[in-house]
Design a protein around this ligand. Structure first.
Ligand code: MN
Length: 244
């Protein structure tokens, strides 16, 4: 599985999609603007294991907030939302107000429907993201992508019944490893965040998960077949949790 991948941003998405189809990899193909949704969905049409998500990336909120009407008009075409959220890191914090307006609008809109799987970006903003979700999100499934908040914020996210899609980069920092140890085994999902992540010299593809699975195996200290079983159960459970 790859629960957070920018399929449309690889140099040749068609080749990637064909390989995902052959390998049966479940892929959440996230988008960064509502205007990218329809074409991204089209290139993966007739591939049941690739789901296209409708998104508006927080780093683009100040430029693309005008696309919220388009977001609203597309939201009933998919159960998958992402990439959405907030980013208060350097370079983006000055746009926090417009980011909050955009994210709040999106969460409220999703809650009118319910049953949405949301792939959520929360860099330097996990508390604000959770405040917004607690206030406005109803009957949606929250999946924190590449969670990098504090341990305390992680505990809050866990208590809110959230899920976590984790990638190989999280294993390369001390803080990332601490967070990984605290994420419950039954709440962990895999992602590449490709094509933005390189591992051992090459850009990760959605089906490049052997190395990540091995690292999770070491983290959990259980055999590989048990690890795979748990991860597959998690995928089934998160997809079934998109309750209305
Ligand atoms: Mn991303």
């Amino acid at each position: 599985m790859d629960l957070h991948c920018h399929v449309d941003l690889y140099p040749d998405p068609h080749v990637i999609i064909q390989k995902c189809k052959e390998q049966g990899t479940f892929v959440l193909s996230v988008t960064t603007t509502p205007s990218a949704f329809s074409t991204t969905k089209l290139i993966a049409e007739n591939v049941p294991n690739i789901k296209t998500a409708l998104g508006l990336h927080p780093q683009l909120a100040h430029e693309r907030h005008v696309e919220l009407d388009l977001f609203d008009s597309l939201v009933d075409r998919t159960d998958f939302i992402g990439e959405v959220g907030l980013d208060y890191s350097r370079g983006f914090k000055q746009f926090s107000e417009i980011q909050n307006d955009v994210f709040t609008h999106i969460v409220k809109k999703c809650s009118e429907y319910g049953g949405k799987y949301m792939s959520i970006h929360s860099r330097s903003s996990a508390t604000a993201v959770m405040d917004t979700l607690e206030k406005f999100s109803r009957n949606n499934t929250h999946v924190f992508h590449w969670f990098s908040g504090t341990l305390k914020e992680l505990q809050r996210a866990i208590s809110m019944d959230s899920w976590f899609s984790v990638n190989i980069k999280m294993f390369s920092s001390i803080k990332g490893n601490l967070l990984l140890q605290e994420i419950p085994k039954d709440r962990l999902l895999l992602e590449t965040d490709g094509p933005f992540i390189k591992s051992r010299g090459h850009i990760l593809l959605p089906f490049d998960h052997d190395y990540l699975i091995n690292r999770i195996c070491d983290l959990w200290e259980i055999p590989i077949n048990e690890t795979m079983l748990l991860l597959n159960n998690n995928l089934n459970n998160v997809l079934n949790s998109k309750r209305k």
